[in-house]
Write a protein that binds this ligand. Structure first.
Ligand SMILES: [Zn+2]
Length: 459
């Protein structure tokens, strides 16, 4: 896209910076407004401020934020400056605001690299204004159905974005048939990542979101499963098949509360690696980050080494110290994410307290019927679960669901106030896994952060 002239650029950048400053001074986190103002003044301002940057855009249902963190950490660990928005904005104007506010007053980028988290529906808008070097798609699962109208719509939204960005390298999960189908009929270079059969996982198989063959429309057959609909699939009719991954996790040696040890093959070498964020789904995110590291030219080795020191971001396996009790917070917002969180906490072999918190405000999606599809039975079947607190605006409905899964007093208990919850967690005095959805996480953090000293997310 043609760049704005220098006067438009200076005015647009200044307006963006001042608007953001005022919003922050008045205590509002408002992330979109500065971008809207700037783009009103110069519609193509993003072309100016992104010029010369290597931009990695990460989209997909689950794992976007953590994958962004890992990629940013890989790039900065390799000695490069990398722009990364910490506000959580992932729609066009929020992303724009961040790029513009971090440019010089003359609209030049200060960073050679940027990592951008992008909502699935926003990708097609974003690529009108800037050209990503890399587009990472983590996976596609049912999420906020009332907003997108299902996985197929989401897939089409992303495909439209990809089709407008033929020069971008795609980093795709070869085990996840839906997002893998994005490689079909586009000229983009693709770097595939995935887990090999040798990993030997048998997580909850759930074929709700399994796509059909993009060539002939037939249902896939599976040689093996990893979890949900991820695994080794092929089309029995036309032969369309899971691609051999360029970044292949060949073994998961251990998963503990502090991270995983894995073997991963990349650039022809099998590396031993430590991923400092626990849970199997973060092994996928790690593999995506390694592939993105290769795509931006820092190489697999440097990206792999950086994973040992990566930190969590707010709510994504974020760890709090609550008067000596370890509390890990895991954002869950759909059945697939929920089931992965349950797999993680029930796989740890230690007694624990669980907190489930459910809201259905605008940021969550009003429809919370997805709780019907989450495998609460798995959580409740774990003998290490010693106490379960149920919180949030929809605690009563969630408790009904849990009762159908076999929960009852005194194990399960509704707690309405988060300060009360913290006191009860201290009395229980064992590791806590808190699994809120989005706005419930924000509510919970507001009480937890001052109680534990963890930082506010925009710091
Ligand atoms: Zn087929």
């Amino acid at each position: 896209m043609k760049k704005p002239n220098i006067i438009q650029t200076v005015v647009s950048v200044a307006a963006c910076k001042f608007t953001r400053l005022i919003l922050r001074k008045t205590g509002r986190g408002g992330t979109a407004v500065p971008g809207i103002v700037a783009m009103k003044l110069a519609g193509n301002i993003l072309a100016a401020v992104s010029e010369g940057m290597q931009i990695v855009v990460v989209t997909g249902t689950n794992g976007k934020t953590t994958t962004c963190n890992m990629i940013e950490h890989a790039i900065t660990s390799a000695g490069h400056k990398c722009l990364r928005d910490k506000s959580g904005a992932n729609m066009l104007h929020g992303i724009a605001a961040d790029l513009i506010c971090n440019a010089t007053w003359l609209g030049r980028s200060r960073y050679p690299y940027a990592v951008i988290e992008c909502d699935e529906a926003a990708l097609k808008l974003l690529v009108r204004y800037l050209e990503p070097k890399v587009i990472v798609v983590t996976n596609l699962f049912s999420d906020q159905v009332d907003r997108y109208g299902g996985v197929l719509n989401t897939l089409q939204e992303i495909r439209t974005g990809v089709e407008h960005s033929p020069a971008s390298t795609l980093v795709l999960n070869t085990d996840e048939s839906q997002s893998a189908s994005l490689a079909h009929n586009v000229p983009n270079k693709v770097i595939w990542y995935g887990m090999e059969k040798t990993v030997g996982l048998q997580g909850n198989v759930d074929m709700t979101d399994a796509g059909t063959c993009p060539v002939c429309g037939s249902a896939y057959e599976y040689e093996y499963h990893i979890y949900a609909h991820l695994g080794g699939y092929h089309c029995p009719k036309c032969g369309h098949v899971r691609q051999t991954p360029d970044v292949a996790v060949t073994a998961i040696d251990a998963v503990t509360a502090s991270g995983s040890r894995i073997h991963v093959r990349a650039e022809g070498v099998v590396h031993e690696a430590r991923v400092a964020l626990p849970a199997v789904y973060n092994v996928y995110n790690a593999a995506a980050a390694i592939a993105a590291g290769m795509a931006v030219g820092i190489g697999a080795r440097a990206a792999i080494d950086s994973l040992a020191t990566v930190k969590s971001s707010f709510g994504r396996l974020e760890t709090f110290d609550l008067d000596g009790i370890r509390l890990q917070m895991i954002l869950v917002k759909n059945p697939a994410g929920c089931n992965q969180a349950f797999s993680y906490v029930t796989g740890l072999d230690e007694d624990f307290t669980a907190v489930l918190a459910l809201n259905n405000r605008t940021g969550d999606g009003l429809d919370f019927s997805w709780i019907e599809d989450a495998d609460y039975e798995k959580l409740l079947a774990d003998p290490h679960l010693k106490k379960l607190f149920v919180c949030g605006d929809r605690a009563a409905e969630l408790m009904e669901r849990l009762e159908r899964a076999g929960a009852s007093a005194p194990l399960a208990e509704i707690v309405k106030e988060y300060p009360v919850l913290l006191e009860k967690l201290k009395q229980e005095n064992r590791p806590v896994y808190a699994m809120p959805n989005y706005t419930a996480m924000m509510d919970m953090r507001q009480v937890l952060v001052p109680a534990t000293g963890n930082k506010e997310f925009w710091e």
